[in-house]
Structures are given as C-alpha cells and as structure tokens.
Design a protein around this ligand. Structure first.
Ligand code: C2E
Ligand code: CA
Ligand code: CA
Length: 490
C-alpha cells in the first residue's frame, strides 16, 4: 500500500469508528438513563406514597386529636426513614405524631402559603431540632395539609445504590431549580421526568468526563474491530485473487490431469469403459479432488479450456487403452453451458477430427442436476450434432435432479447413470423396493444402466438382485492415473 492509501484507510476507519461510537454511546446512554430514571421514581414513590396512603386512611375528623396523634405515631414507627408527621390547619400546626396540642405557626419556609397551588411538593430542609437534612413532603388533605418529614440520608443511600452508577442524576423541586438529591453537576442530560404527585423533576444523564472515557474505550474497540474486519476482507479478496491466479497458471502449465475410474460389467466380467475424472496437480503440491476447484472452473467458464486439455491428454491415453481393448469407451463430464458455446463445440470437433483415438468410444456425461438441460431446444440440437461425430451421451446422477421421466426421455441419451443416493437410501432403510422401482422405470428406456458408487460386496449383491449389471464404484476400482489404470484393465 502506498502512503496515501494508508492515510486514506486510517481516515476511513477513524471516521467510521467515530460515527459508530457516537451512535452506540447515544443509544446506550439514552436507554440506561430511562431505566435509571424509572428506578429512582420507583424508590421515591415507595418512600412517599406508601406512608401517604396510610395517613389518608387514618384521617378521621370524628376522632379525638389524641387518637389521631396516636395513629400518626404508629405510622412513623412502622415506616423506615420517616421522622415525623404534622397536620396543618390555617397555617398553624395542629398536631403531629408526637404532640396533640401544638397551635403554633408554620415557619415561612415550610408554610403552605409559600407554595400556592394544589399539587403536593417535596422540599429539602434542615431539621430544626436535630440540624439534620430532611425531606419534607407536603400534601393537601381535607381542610388542611399534611407534612411528612423523611430522613434524607437514608433515601439518598437507596438512590445512590441504583443501577448504572456511571450515570448522574438530579432530583429537584418541580417549580424551582432547588436541588434535593444528587449533586447539581454539569452533565449531559438524557432523560427527564416531571412528577406532579411527587412534586419533583428527575433528570439523569452522564458527566462529560465519564462520557469522554466511555467514548475512548468504545472508540478503541470499534476501531480495532473495523480494522480487523477490513483486514479479513482484504485477506479473503487476496486469497480469492490468489486462487484465480493459481488456477490460471495451472491451466497454462497443463496441471489439470485426468484420472480414470473403471466401469465394470458383471455380465462380461470385465471393465467395458471408464469415467475421466479431473484432478488438480499443482507443481509442488499434492493432488486435489474436484470438490476444491470444479465449482470455480464451472462458474468462471474456465472449465472449457480445462476440458479441452483433458481431451488432448485423453487422445494420447485412449490410443494406449485401444491397444488393450478396442471397444473400451471413456466418458467425460460436460456442462450445458459448454454444449451451448459454439466456439467451444468448434474447437472440440476439430480436436476429434485431428485424433482418431477420439473418433469412437467417447461418451459425454450431462448431469441431471442442471435445470437448463431439459428446457433448451439448442441442447437437443447440439447433442444430435455431436452424435454424428460418434459421441454418445450419458445422463449422469439420475434421480438427484429436477427432471421428470418424460422430459429426460425427450433427449437422445444412450446411457443412464443412477446416482449413488439410491444405494444410500436402500442401506439406510434396508428396503430395496425404491431401488427396484427406479430400475423398472429406467428399464423402460431400454438403455444401458450404470449404477454409480458401489462400495461393498453387500451393496453389489443387492444391486444384482434387481438385475443391474453395469457398475462404477470403489468396490471395482478407484479413480487412478493412466499408468495404474492401464495395468488394472489389462
Ligand atoms: P461425478 O461425475 O458424479 O463423478 C463420480 C464421483 O463419485 C467421483 O468423484 C468419484 O470419485 C466418486 N465415486 C466413485 N465411486 C465411488 C464410490 O464407490 N463411493 C463414493 N462415495 N464415491 C464414489 P470426484 O472424482 O471427486 O468428482 C466429483 C465430481 O466432480 C464429479 O461427480 C463431477 O460432477 C465433477 N467432475 C470431475 N471431473 C470433472 C470434469 O472434468 N469436468 C466437469 N465438468 N466436472 C467434473
Ligand atoms: Ca459424471
Ligand atoms: Ca455421477
């Protein structure tokens, strides 16, 4: 990479990570703030609402003041963080949980007259007697007001123990900026709720320096992740590039080679043909099977030059095979795509004309799995054309594709190859009726039928029972290079 490219790449990663970090951080802070705000509101409701309800229930004008005082005392004793309850009428304390005979004026700072309006209020005050901070909750009831004195410290402890401690909160009086809980620090606010019944505003958010630290941590994680993903993408691109370069080089060097797997007739008790199967023998590497490369060759069209090379090699091998058995045939895999390519067909015919060994005993296999096989007129036409040059056609992998029997029958095939899948099914369910049915079906065509993938004696016995007699599989011969194969069929 050039310097300019590196700079560009760093800039790109930085911008992308920053954007991602900002979005993630915003979503995170926003959702946690909402959760924290509602947790705080819940605590306040518990501290204020439960005793408020008890007070309201106990209020009975018909009871004597002494009795009422007694009831309030019970509430204070049974409620933690409750300091005292006072009842106010005409701006005078009338009674409290401790005193049934008060009659003194409410100080200005706590007087209902200082807080016009119907909504309850929450105020922070110094407690006269103990000089401790208290929270006073005042609400209108009947002809007067109740004031609940709550222990600020114990409520604050609860609030501080709420989740997401990296967030800051502030609880202030609704109608003034006066702070009750939390410290009024500079922070970025994410959530704010105003509760009329509590008389407070709850705000949550995050302090700027905490936000900066979180940004840096998240940014680093994002930066590294994006960097690694880009590295991986580049690596995969390079690897793919590398793969296509290797293939191109191998085509130039003729490194795709034919292996031969015999097709055995149990009737004649000998090999009557073989399938040519491609292998990739890259210089200095081990020989690779088609699973590694055939899909790539087929999708990129490179299968065409490779097949032509295999056929050139076959021309040489076939003349050696002909010396052993002149009736021997070799089949090779073709694709519909190749069959429809006029240039390819021209080169192919030239190759056949130039090599007498290819002028008989050559079979092309088309797989039933290719959807286009049965629906293109041109396929039928070109199959017929090549037949004039001595080529025979085999329908490969029968039973695995999409064809129905009628469309398959409409093409001029000479050989049917039944896929190994039917052996697997018979093995699995221990039932030969499917095999029997498929053979009956295929026999209607009165064409030679080859069973693919016979691996064991047991499988063979089963297949012979349904009157099959042409086989290709590891049981008879594995795909081999020409030299070994020649000794195998001698
Ligand atoms: P295919 O045409 O169905 O070839 C038969 C495959 O079954 C071969 O795999 C063969 O080695 C394997 N086989 C043979 N006997 C047995 C057996 O007893 N048991 C099992 N489990 N498998 C057996 P291979 O050589 O790996 O080839 C795989 C596929 O690659 C072929 O399937 C064919 O579709 C494709 N292929 C191979 N060579 C060429 C080629 O030159 N051109 C094209 N277009 N495709 C090719
Ligand atoms: Ca085949
Ligand atoms: Ca096959």
């Amino acid at each position: 990479m050039s310097k300019a490219q590196i700079k560009k790449s760093i800039l790109f990663t930085t911008i992308l990570s920053s954007l991602l970090t900002i979005i993630l951080l915003y979503i995170f802070c926003y959702t946690t703030s909402i959760l924290k705000t509602y947790e705080i509101a819940d605590i306040l409701y518990n501290k204020v609402y439960t005793p408020k309800e008890k007070i309201k229930q106990s209020h009975n004008e018909k009871l004597s003041i002494i009795k009422r005082q007694q009831l309030l005392k019970d509430i204070v004793l049974s409620t933690d963080s409750m300091r005292g309850i006072y009842y106010i009428k005409d701006n005078h304390y009338l009674y409290s949980d401790r005193n049934a005979d008060m009659m003194y004026q409410v100080p200005k700072n706590l007087s209902p007259l200082s807080y016009p309006g119907q909504d309850p209020i929450l105020i922070k005050e110094k407690h006269d007697k103990l000089n401790q901070s208290v929270v006073v909750y005042m609400f209108k009831f009947g002809n007067g007001y109740y004031q609940m004195f709550l222990n600020l410290q114990s409520i604050a402890e609860k609030l501080n123990a709420t989740a997401y401690s990296f967030l800051t909160y502030q609880i202030s009086e609704t109608n003034s900026p006066k702070n009750i809980f939390g410290k009024p620090k500079d922070f970025i606010k994410f959530e704010k709720i105003v509760t009329r019944s509590l008389g407070v505003t709850i705000t949550t958010g995050i302090r700027i320096h905490v936000m900066v630290i979180m940004f840096l941590i998240l940014f680093s994680i994002n930066y590294i992740t994006i960097y690694l993903v880009r590295l991986l993408v580049n690596y995969l691109k390079l690897k793919n590039l590398n793969f296509s370069m290797r293939i191109r080089k191998s085509i130039k060097r003729n490194e795709f080679i034919p292996y031969y797997q015999g097709i055995y007739s149990t009737k004649e008790k000998r090999f009557i043909g073989a399938e040519l199967l491609c292998r990739w023998h890259e210089k200095g590497s081990k020989i690779l099977p088609p699973a590694v490369f055939i899909e790539y060759l087929e999708t990129t069209g490179k299968i065409k030059p490779v097949t032509l090379q295999l056929l050139s090699q076959l021309a040489i091998d076939k003349s050696k095979i002909n010396q052993i058995n002149h009736d021997f045939y070799i089949s090779i895999n073709m694709t519909v795509e190749m069959l429809l390519d006029d240039d390819f067909i021209d080169t192919l015919l030239q190759l056949i004309k130039q090599n007498t060994s290819l002028q008989h005993g050559l079979v092309f296999e088309l797989t039933e799995r290719d959807r286009r096989l049965f629906f293109l007129k041109q396929v039928k036409h070109n199959m017929a054309l090549l037949k004039q040059y001595g080529i025979r056609w085999a329908l490969d992998d029968f039973g695995t594709g999409y064809s129905n029997i009628l469309t398959a029958h409409s093409l001029p095939f000479d050989i049917i190859k039944i896929d190994r899948i039917f052996i697997s099914i018979a093995n699995e369910i221990g039932d030969d009726s499917i095999l029997e049915n498929i053979v009956t079906l295929v026999n209607n065509w009165q064409l030679p039928v080859i069973m693919e993938g016979v691996e064991t004696q047991t499988e063979l016995a089963r297949l012979e029972l349904v009157n099959l007699n042409l086989f290709q599989g590891y049981f008879f011969s594995k795909p081999q290079p020409i030299r070994q194969f020649l000794t195998r069929i001698k």
